[in-house]
Write a protein that binds this ligand. Structure first.
Ligand code: F6R
Length: 243
């Protein structure tokens, strides 16, 4: 596991964008696993700027997102498809048909999950997976207690996560109660993993993920077993790590 200390959110975003830029330059037809939320917004902005300067070409890139709320269509402003279109896909030269997000409107959760597994496999797997981390140590929507062996599946969101995500909705009751997510097994199959964390609210989860026991109670702790993980954290997020 490689730990990279960043000064602040902007520095974290630039350092993470450097790794993604290198990936795209070295392998222009990479499959990128992408995340939503506050953590990657600055990274996507950096990538957009580099594209606008002519330094990055997304024309052969394919993407698969980690997760999507169950019940939201891609047109819903809080859906992860909408977020990705807004923050990345609509502002770089990626072909929208090469971008994949789980179908939040799939009627049958089992079938919806199986279809997404098929898509990931048909792309030949993920070259570089970008992750954020929840205050409770979740990655994707794999909440504490989720067995490590799952692939894409539908989950009930915990109250912690609904509470943390209600900031994006008018009221807490509007936050969907379920989501599709890549499971830990799917995430661990990525060739490289890049996790970013910013802010004090992530400090506990980061310290436990890196130095604590490997346990489903702290889903990100599984990353200790992956052979190519980089974690970029700002000072606040790394503040509870031993020096
Ligand atoms: C998002 C995702 C989540 C977030 C995590 C952190 O696609 O899978 O695991 O990465 O909840 O969210 P932020 O970045 O908003 O703090």
């Amino acid at each position: 596991m490689k730990l990279v200390r960043a000064k602040d959110y902007l520095d974290m975003s630039r350092k993470a964008a450097n790794i993604i830029t290198a990936q795209i330059i070295m392998k222009p037809d990479s499959v990128l696993g992408l995340a939503t939320g506050s953590s990657p917004v600055g990274i996507y902005k950096e990538l957009q700027e580099r594209y606008e300067k002519g330094d990055l070409d997304f024309s052969k890139i394919k993407t698969v997102n980690l997760d999507e709320y169950r019940g939201l269509s891609g047109d819903h402003p809080q859906s992860y498809r909408y977020f990705m279109n807004q923050h990345l896909f609509n502002v770089v030269n990626i072909a929208i048909e090469n971008t994949y997000v789980p179908n939040g409107l799939a009627e049958d959760p089992e079938k919806g999950s199986a279809e997404y597994i098929k898509i990931i496999n048909s792309l030949g797997g993920v070259d570089l997976q970008l992750l954020g981390i929840g205050n409770n140590g979740h990655i994707g929507f794999n909440e504490p207690g989720t067995p490590f062996g799952l692939e894409v599946h539908c989950v009930n969101l915990t109250d912690d996560t609904i509470e943390a995500n209600k900031r994006f909705f008018d009221k807490k009751e509007d936050v969907p109660k379920q989501a599709y997510t890549m499971g830990i097994k799917t995430i661990m199959h990525a060739k490289k993993i890049l996790l970013v964390a910013s802010g004090e609210s992530k400090a506990d989860a980061i310290a436990k993920a890196i130095t604590g026991p490997i346990t489903p109670d702290l889903p990100a702790s599984i990353l200790q077993l992956h052979n190519d993980v980089t974690i970029i954290g700002d000072e606040a997020a790394f503040s509870k790590l031993p020096l």
